[in-house]
Every structure is written in C-alpha cells, then in structure tokens.
Design a binder for this molecule. Structure first.
Ligand SMILES: NC(=O)C1=CN([C@@H]2O[C@H](COP(=O)(O)OP(=O)(O)OC[C@H]3O[C@@H](n4cnc5c(N)ncnc54)[C@H](O)[C@@H]3O)[C@@H](O)[C@H]2O)C=CC1
Ligand SMILES: N[C@@H](CC=O)C(=O)O
Ligand code: NA
Length: 440
C-alpha cells in the first residue's frame, strides 16, 4: 500500500522537560535507529519548551528550537505533533492541547488529569479537526493498558476494570508494610524518587488514581459521567497498626481503583485503601509497580503489571504513541466516535455492598463488646470475626484496648449508621477506622 508520508520526518514540539519530558528526549536519542525503523520514518525533535531554559537537565538542548511560550509549538508550521508533558488541567497544558488541535496538529499527552476532566471535549475537537490525540502514558505509565483496551479488546464488552493505579501510594504502603514505619516518614523518600505528582496530595488523597480510573471507565465501558461522583478516599489514615492487624488476618493493604459495570447507564467507580487477601494477584504487586485487571464478557480476566511511573517507563509509552502517529494509526481517542459515549450515573458509596475491616479503640470494661454487637444487630450488619488485641497502640492508659472487627458483605449505609451509633458510646475513645475489603 502506498503511504505518502513514508520517509518524511515526523517533527515534534515538546512542552515540559521534567521527569517525563527528559525521559522522552533520552529515549528518542538513545534508540533513534530502532525508532526510525519501527516508525517507518525519522522522528525529530524540532522545538522544546519548559518554564526555565537555563536549568541544568544534563542533556544537550542546543540542537532544538527553544520557545518561551508553549503555545508557539501549536502554531509552528514545521511541527507535526505537539507532545504535552507539562501536567495540570488549567492553564498551559489545556490551552496548548486545544491550540494544537485547532492548528491541526496531532497531540500526545501523559496528562491524566486533563483527559479525565476534559477528555470528551478534546475528543470532539480532535475528531472535528481529524487529528489523533493519544494518551497511553496517562494511565499507569509504561503499562500499555490504553492500547490493550482500544485495540486488543476492541471486540469485547468489559464489565470490570481496576487494580493498583498509583505508584506513589503503592510504594508507600509497601514500604510501611515491610518496615513498620509511619506515613509521614516515608512520604519524603517517595517524592525524591520522581514518582509523585507535582503536588503529592494528588497521589496520597487518591485523585491521581481517580483520574486514571475515570479514563479507563470511559474507554472500557463507553460512558461519560461526572468525575466528582467517583468515590475517592486516600491513604492518609492508614497506620502501621492497621497494616499489622490486616496481616494477622491474612490481608495486605493497597490503594485500589475499581470500576464495575452495574447495568445500562449505571457504573460503580471507587478509589480507596482496601484489604486484599494475601493470596490474590493484586496483593503481590509491590513498590512503584501498578497492575490493572480487566474482565470482559468474552475475554474473561486479563491482568497487566509493570512500572506505573518513572522516567523510562513513562517515556516508552509517550514514544509508542508518537510511533503510532508516524505509522498513520488513526483510531479515535476513545476507540469509538466521541458521540457514541453514553451518559452514566455512578453508584453512591451508601449503596456499596462490601465486607469491612473496622478498628475501634475502646475502654476495656465489661459490656463494651456486647453494646457494639447490639448496635450492629439493630442495623442488620453481620459480623464475621471480632478480635480484642493486646494494646501496643497507646501508652496513656492500661484500660485502653484495640478491637478489630471484620464484617460479612453489608450495605455501606447500614455499616456507617452502626458506626455512628458505636462512636457515640462513651467507651469508644477514637473515631472508628474503616477499610473496605476487596475480595475476588
Ligand atoms: N512522573 C511520572 O512518573 C509520570 C508523570 N505523568 C504525567 O506526565 C506529566 C508530566 O509529569 P512530570 O514530568 O512528572 O512533571 P515535572 O513536574 O517533572 O515536569 C513538568 C515540566 O513542565 C514544565 N512546566 C510547568 N509549567 C509550565 C508552563 N506553564 N509552561 C511551560 N512549561 C511548564 C516544567 O518546567 C517542567 O519542565 C504530568 O501530566 C504527569 O501527570 C504520567 C505518568 C507518570
Ligand atoms: N504520580 C503517579 C505517576 C504517574 O502516573 C503515580 O505515583 O502513579
Ligand atoms: Na499506560
């Protein structure tokens, strides 16, 4: 087949020279010959942009044109593809992507926040200008999950997608589990490794995982929904004590992002810490590694695991998109026309139906356990186990004791109602800790 663009170089304009941007420059330089062969044409960096031209990045930028304003990349007639690696949803990144599309440039971005919040609007713009907009790096860095859903699973209807979507949280929880160290202590170390978002609260409070989950759900199920309706809870309240008790019960604590198809126009999307049975495949995914499992009506279960963040893996995903554009792959952004996506509502957490881990700090005196059990009974919450632990959590009182409860599957509204009443008991000394249990 004749391809008019064979051997014509593909010219890139790259905005953002941080962890991912520098990774892309290095990868394109190191593997230039292989990439040219596989792309079928040379791929050249024409111009770059970042906030600070003079920062030492240990890489030679003198052969590229430098723009002070990222929007100049969108209007430069010599640029074919704008690569947005700035991050964030407002301001520079959004404007650059819109301007690039308006100027009929292909766009590659690693920006999950942008795609999660403005994806459908951008898909519509890209379709109207007939340009590709690719974002493999935006979900789970180097794991080729976007391509897998869009291409390999294109024939199937997915009913579940989820897993471990944030490398920073997974690294932190893994290190807390291995060392018994506390949350704050480990946070700084994680930031230095280059995995965390510019504002680490985006990672720790679950927002980054929610961005990725929203993209996976739109792509995999074919729906749009209100991003704010995703249930999101981060890992700030996870203590080494809960990690320890969970281990005693045969579980590991991970931050999970789960999307489930419930019925026509109804989806369940949630991000929260969860107790996973130690024998489950996700429980064994440690460190900065991410893992995503899909369940399709015909394909069944499929799990992909790999580096969800970091310079090399993320750059590989960005460059794969660039190579796709060079090859002329023009699959629409959501794998289907943007106007094929239907609106869905999301299940509120009060309607979740899960098993729960609960930790209470109680005054050790007769009748407390009976009072707790009565409240659960009144609210129709069924318990699976109750363990009273020797107190190694607090030093202030010998009469204080942790109680760890595990429930069967219950409606979350009933559980929350019970816990509110339990917290009102005078013998309950701290706000109850609740962690959902994710069982296969
Ligand atoms: N770091 C990682 O492992 C991963 C990051 N991502 C995504 O990739 C994107 C980039 O992330 P990082 O490289 O980690 O960020 P970073 O903070 O290391 O780099 C951001 C770059 O953008 C530039 N920049 C910021 N504001 C700008 C503006 N107004 N105009 C021009 N340039 C501006 C900065 O100078 C810097 O060069 C984000 O969307 C992030 O979510 C995706 C997957 C993994
Ligand atoms: N901050 C993210 C980086 C990539 O998406 C993470 O920790 O997973
Ligand atoms: Na990816």
């Amino acid at each position: 087949m004749d391809n008019p663009s064979v051997n014509k170089p593909l010219n890139l304009g790259i905005a953002g020279l941080g962890t991912v941007g520098i990774g892309v420059l290095r990868l394109l330089q190191n593997n230039q010959k292989t990439i040219t062969n596989r792309a079928g044409r040379p791929i050249r960096i024409h111009a770059v942009n970042a906030k600070n031209r003079h920062k030492n990045r240990n890489i030679d930028l003198t052969t590229f044109k430098w723009y002070e304003d990222p929007l100049d990349l969108a209007t430069d007639p010599d640029i074919d593809v704008v690569v947005e690696l700035i991050g964030g949803t407002n301001g520079a990144a959004y404007e650059l992507v819109c301007e690039a599309i308006k100027n009929k440039k292909a766009v590659v971005t690693a920006n999950k926040a942008l795609i999660a919040l403005h994806g459908n609007e951008l898909a519509k713009m890209a379709a109207s200008q007939n340009v590709p907009l690719l974002f493999e790096a935006a979900v789970a860095g180097g794991i080729p999950i976007i391509k897998t859903i869009k291409e390999a699973l294109a024939a199937d209807r997915l009913i579940e997608i989820g897993g471990i979507l944030n490398g920073t949280c997974n690294y932190m929880l893994t290190t807390m589990t291995r060392t018994g160290r506390g949350f704050e202590d480990i946070l700084k170390e994680t930031q230095q490794l280059g995995y965390a978002e510019a504002d680490p609260s985006t990672d720790i409070d679950g927002l980054d995982a929610a961005h990725k989950l929203a993209i996976l759900a739109s792509l995999g199920f074919g729906y749009t929904f209100n991003f704010k309706d995703i249930f999101v809870e981060g890992i700030r309240n996870i203590s080494p004590h809960d990690i320890h008790y969970a281990q005693e019960l045969g579980y590991t604590i991970k931050l999970v992002g789960m999307a489930q198809y419930h019925s026509e126009n109804k989806l369940e999307l949630r991000v929260h810490p969860a107790l996973l049975p130690q024998s489950s495949p996700l429980a064994r995914v440690n460190g900065v590694i991410n893992a995503i499992r899909t369940k399709g009506e015909f394909s069944g279960y499929l799990m992909l695991e790999g580096a969800g963040a970091g310079e090399g893996p993320t750059a590989t995903a960005v460059c794969a998109d660039i190579i796709d554009i060079a090859r002329g792959n023009t699959i629409p952004m959501w794998g289907t026309d943007w106007n094929e996506l239907r609106p869905a509502t999301l299940v509120p957490n009060s309607d979740f139906n899960k098993a729960y881990y609960i930790r209470l700090i109680v005054e050790d005196k007769p009748g407390v356990v009976a009072d707790i059990a009565t409240i659960f009974k009144e609210n129709n919450v069924s318990l699976r186990s109750l363990l009273q632990h020797k107190n190694h959590m607090t030093t202030d009182s010998e009469n204080t004791v942790p109680i760890v409860l595990v429930t069967h599957k219950n409606r979350e509204s009933s559980l929350l109602k019970s816990l509110k009443a339990i917290y009102d008991l005078p013998a309950i000394l701290e706000k109850p800790i609740i962690i959902r249990i994710e069982e296969p």
